[in-house]
Design a protein around this ligand. Structure first.
Ligand code: HEC
Ligand code: HEC
Length: 388
């Protein structure tokens, strides 16, 4: 309703209001939110614990970028999150689901992230030790291109992929998640396919990364736990009935994300494409899925696969093993490499060869076949991946 009022006010046809929503969504994606209470009443409520003040602070570009550390290994960029859970996905009793590295004044940040021996770890923990059962896991901020196409893939196309006969003992299962309306949906977004739609992913980000409440995630104190008294007592920008972030803000950011075009389709080399299929990579990294508006060339099946001990992520989510991951979409890989981003969910691989060598579990046979390729074939396959 409001959308039409705005469109009317500035004299454009309602037909164009979608473009207007996207433009506003883009501005909201960059907006730095402020703690409560503030003079801009409608938009406050950051934290009390948070990781960054804006979406764009972590997603500085639409592609994956390098995690910056200083000489002592302290992580200086925001494009990374440390998650906490026990073996079955329950959060740490004190720190919650994620390490929040910032806080409003009067509340202590939970700690910082350091890189040591190639792994990211929590450091300077301000609320005591983690629970002995708590495991830590790292997630890099992914690229944000083409997500609108992923959202429009019909459920039936994803269900069909679970039913197909696959080579090499590859299975693949849907991450069925309950959305904020209590409905079972197919998870599509995030490294573990834990968000079913873009609005749900946006709400999750406001909750975990910014500490702000939404209609679907009404906790005013974000990821604060009952052990974090100062956090719970700090001022909030909303109440039980009025979230800090309105449904309109969520849907406009989602409209902006949905409008971002996918990475351009690579001019793929036929020999590389053949090798990609023959090696068994395409069993999970599907070069194309039929979408509502044509083929989606994302190189994923959106399914969870058990990748074995090689890719055990430590922390996990309820109902998903710590070794299970959504097939990483390979579109945009060339851009991640050009930005010197490391690979895999936590950046444990620095080259394509390393990433492939870390494929275990359901992908073990494809890895073995990759290792058996002769030097020239291997080169062709790597060049092909670099072109995506
Ligand atoms: C602290 C840094 C940080 C902030 C702030 C942040 N994100 Fe993210 N974002 C991440 C990380 C890390 C992931 C991976 C999470 C996962 O896999 O569960 C992610 C995942 C996503 C995804 C899923 C992409 C995909 O390929 O499936 C979307 C969409 C997204 N973020 C949008 C947003 C929006 C919108 C905001 C602001 C409301 C935001 N993010 C704020 C770090 C951040
Ligand atoms: C059983 C399914 C499966 C097979 C087969 C498979 N992959 Fe993967 N691939 C995955 C999953 C799941 C991930 C994400 C793992 C993670 O981040 O920990 C991934 C990640 C990757 C990545 C890192 C992407 C990024 O953005 O960081 C590359 C590169 C890759 N795969 C290439 C290949 C190649 C080449 C082959 C064939 C030799 C192959 N994969 C076979 C499931 C598979």
């Amino acid at each position: 309703m409001k959308r039409f009022v705005i469109a009317g006010l500035i004299g454009i046809a309602p037909v164009q209001s979608h473009a207007l929503d996207e433009a506003i969504g883009r501005a909201l994606f960059r907006r730095a939110w402020v703690p409560a209470p503030s003079s801009t009443l409608a938009n406050d409520g950051l934290g009390p614990l948070f990781n960054a003040r804006s979406c764009a602070a972590c997603h500085t570009t639409l592609d994956r970028v390098k995690v910056e550390t200083d000489a002592a290994g302290i992580v200086m960029s925001d494009n990374i999150a440390l998650r906490f859970s026990n073996a079955s996905g329950a959060p740490d009793p004190v720190y919650g689901r994620q390490l929040q590295t910032s806080a409003v004044s009067g509340v202590m940040p939970e700690g910082r992230i350091v890189m040591s021996n190639g792994c990211y770890k929590p450091d300077a923990l301000a609320y005591g030790d983690l629970d002995p059962q708590t495991r830590t896991g790292t997630l890099l901020a992914p690229a944000l291109r083409g997500l609108g196409l992923i959202e429009t893939i019909p459920d039936a196309a994803i269900l069909a992929m679970t039913q197909e006969e696959k080579p090499d003992g590859v299975r693949g299962r849907i991450n069925w998640v309950t959305d904020s309306h209590g409905q079972k949906r197919i998870g599509r977004f995030g490294w573990k396919a834990s968000a079913p739609t873009l609005p749900e992913q946006v709400e999750q980000a406001f909750h975990l990364d910014l500490g702000m409440s939404t209609l679907g995630r009404p906790a005013l104190a974000g990821d604060c736990t009952s052990a974090q008294k100062a956090c719970l007592a700090a001022p909030h920008g909303g109440d039980e009935t009025t979230p800090e972030i309105s449904g309109e803000i969520v849907s406009r950011i989602a409209a902006y994300l949905a409008s971002i075009a996918p990475p351009p389709v690579a001019e793929t080399k036929r020999a590389g494409e053949r090798l990609f299929a023959a090696t068994g990579c395409a069993a999970c990294h599907r070069p194309s899925i039929p979408g509502k508006d044509g083929p989606v060339r994302a190189f994923t099946d959106l399914l969870l696969h058990d990748m074995g001990a090689e890719l055990d992520g430590g922390a996990t989510e309820p109902g998903v093993a710590s070794t299970e991951w959504r097939t990483a979409p390979l579109w945009g890989l060339s851009r991640a490499l050009a930005n010197s981003s490391r690979l895999l969910h936590d950046g444990r691989a620095s080259t394509l060869e390393d990433a492939i060598r870390l494929h275990g579990g359901e992908a073990a046979r494809a890895r073995t076949r990759f290792e058996a390729l002769n030097a020239s074939e291997r080169q062709k396959l790597i060049e092909y991946l670099r072109s995506l």
